[in-house]
Design a protein around this ligand. Structure first.
Ligand code: DGY
Length: 325
């Protein structure tokens, strides 16, 4: 029997590659950068399975160039890069990698929150630039994290993991979510509130929602205007959950205290984006799940999903279940 062809246009872990290689012919590109379009589409012509990071947008136009494709295994929990209705309409399975990156992404979220609160990147630059000539009582004054109020918008797996960290810092936890989470209310003392109430009461507003048509631009000028003057906005979900122009204005006019952002409207962020020149903004390059351990687990999960989909089993993380009722 001929083996199915799996196309992987970027580097993944060796163990995931070996697992796929046992049962598939793997067209693998051991590269970090994005493959050029010509090579990508040439390989896609032959692929039964495609395994990609979320940098690859899988649109109907891409699918038109993939006549044999049976499954797209996304190496990410977010799947806004996949046109799910188009995949489903063509009978192509789609999968993602939830759970394995929950704690890692919560770690980064909390690290950004603390970095913004205590002005760590600014302080680091200050010392290394040789500006620390004298200790002063008001030098790099920040904002307390312990005992403060955190408002988590989107209490899914990662939101709850952030809440657990906040509990360790004796924070008051508010949350807003489509449905109430009685477990989180009981075990973490989290209080369910409307979005407006969360925004007006929180010292730290943490966005943990997936990107969907409902959450696009969720944080606009009105919402930012409800935040406290010294509150910090943390976003490790997707850039377009925030109206970036409104955020730039709110930060420039000091309507809010600061922001810590791992995700942006356009990625990589354009070098002339005003966010990059505001001292009270901390940034990172979309690295929520970027640890060695978690990348490995994500690749293994994506590989298992791929094998299940290609060999007639139900992938654990199937995003279009209507295809395998
Ligand atoms: C995810 O897994 O969704 C991360 O944001 C990487 O895209």
């Amino acid at each position: 029997m001929t083996k199915p062809v799996v196309f992987i246009p970027n580097r993944i872990s060796e163990s995931a590659l070996a697992l796929l290689g046992e049962r598939c012919e793997v067209d693998y590109r051991d590269i970090e950068e994005k493959l050029d379009d010509e090579s990508f589409f040439a390989a896609l012509q032959q692929a039964d399975g495609l395994m990609v990071y979320s940098r690859h947008k899988i649109t109907p136009a891409v699918l038109d160039k993939a006549p044999r494709l049976r499954i797209v295994s996304n190496i990410a929990v977010g799947y806004d890069n996949l046109d799910l209705p188009a995949l489903t309409a063509r009978g192509i399975l789609a999968t993602n990698t939830p759970d394995v990156l929950t704690e890692t992404t919560a770690d980064l979220t909390f690290a950004l929150l603390m970095a913004a609160a205590r002005r760590i990147p600014e302080a680091d630059r200050f010392v290394k630039d040789g500006q620390w000539n004298e200790w002063r009582p008001s030098l790099m004054l920040g904002k307390d994290v312990h005992g403060a109020t955190i408002g988590i918008v989107g209490m899914g797996r990662i939101g709850e993991a952030v809440a657990r960290r906040a509990k360790g810092f004796d924070m008051k936890i508010l949350y807003h979510n489509r449905s109430r989470k009685s477990d989180a209310e009981q075990s973490l003392g989290a209080e369910y509130v409307t979005l407006d109430e969360l925004l007006s009461r929180s010292d730290y507003v943490v966005l943990m929602t997936p990107f969907t048509p409902d959450t696009e631009g969720l944080m606009g000028a009105r919402e930012l205007g409800l935040m406290k003057k010294d509150a910090i906005l943390v976003n490790t979900s997707r850039g377009r959950v925030v109206d970036e122009q409104a955020l730039i204005q709110a930060l420039t006019e000091r309507q809010i205290g600061g922001a810590a952002l791992d995700v942006f409207q356009t990625e990589p962020i354009p070098k002339d984006n005003p966010l990059l020149s505001l001292p009270h903004v901390v940034t990172s390059p979309h690295i929520g799940s970027a640890t060695r351990e978690t990348r490995e687990k994500m690749a293994m999960k994506a590989a298992r999903n791929m094998l299940a989909g290609l060999f007639g089993e139900r992938p654990e993380n199937l995003l279009n279940p209507s295809l395998l009722p």
